[in-house]
Design a protein around this ligand. Sequence first.
Ligand SMILES: Nc1ncnc2c1ncn2[C@@H]1O[C@H](COP(=O)(O)OP(=O)(O)O)[C@@H](O)[C@H]1O
Ligand SMILES: [Mg+2]
Length: 238
Amino acid sequence: MAPLLELRSISASYGRIQALSGVSLSVPEGEIVSLLGANGAGKTTTLNVVSRLVPVTVGSVLFDGTAIERWAPHKVVGHGVVQVPEGREIFHDMSVRENLLMGAYRRTDANAAASDFERVLEYFPVLRERLRQKAGTLSGGEQQMLLIARALMARPRLVLLDEPSLGLSPRLVQQIFDIVRRLNREERLTILLVEQNASVALAVSSYAYILENGEIAIEGPSEQLRADDTVRKTYLGN
Ligand SMILES: Nc1ncnc2c1ncn2[C@@H]1O[C@H](COP(=O)(O)OP(=O)(O)O)[C@@H](O)[C@H]1O
Ligand SMILES: [Mg+2]
């Protein structure tokens, strides 16, 4: 079966800085695929290429078999590709409930959106307790949960999840990744997961790519990479 998302030999640059060269990767429907690498490797740029926030200079992006690399960003979102950006961009002065409803603002199926609201909150009981609270008063971990929950309110076909572990305690990282794993298993949610934290990402994903200076340096089934000596020494610190 064709993958839900496929990047074919993608290059992208910021002015004269080449950020990606010849990046190819695929994300099968219903799976979690990790994109790992150090700070500055080009992970966020790769997600931004899919969302059409960064232009492609060479190569092709296929979503569900259709080339989307010339589409407008809103059209990509309209087809169910939802990015959860790094750095917690929530609406601080709006309530948790309002933030969640913002995730569904493009939808016209009000009844289904209302039932998704309940279903999403089952994964994030902490948010249910704080529905009327201003989002800006949430802890870092709760804000990350709100971002993921808001993305789910769009009923996405593909979630581009950018460094959900950033700045969180190991306990919270574990909590968030447990939810991510459940969403994948129970809702068959397809996720392209960007992480610097290779060990947590390899534990939840089926396949992984490691970016170095804008190029895929290593790829393979996550289990295989976890056992690989070079990967262990360089990326897992053991
Ligand atoms: N808006 C930008 N303008 C110029 N250079 C950028 C911009 N965003 C990222 N870069 C550069 O592109 C490279 C890849 O960045 P990025 O994709 O953000 O890496 P990562 O997400 O892996 O940390 C880095 O060298 C970074 O400095
Ligand atoms: Mg980044």
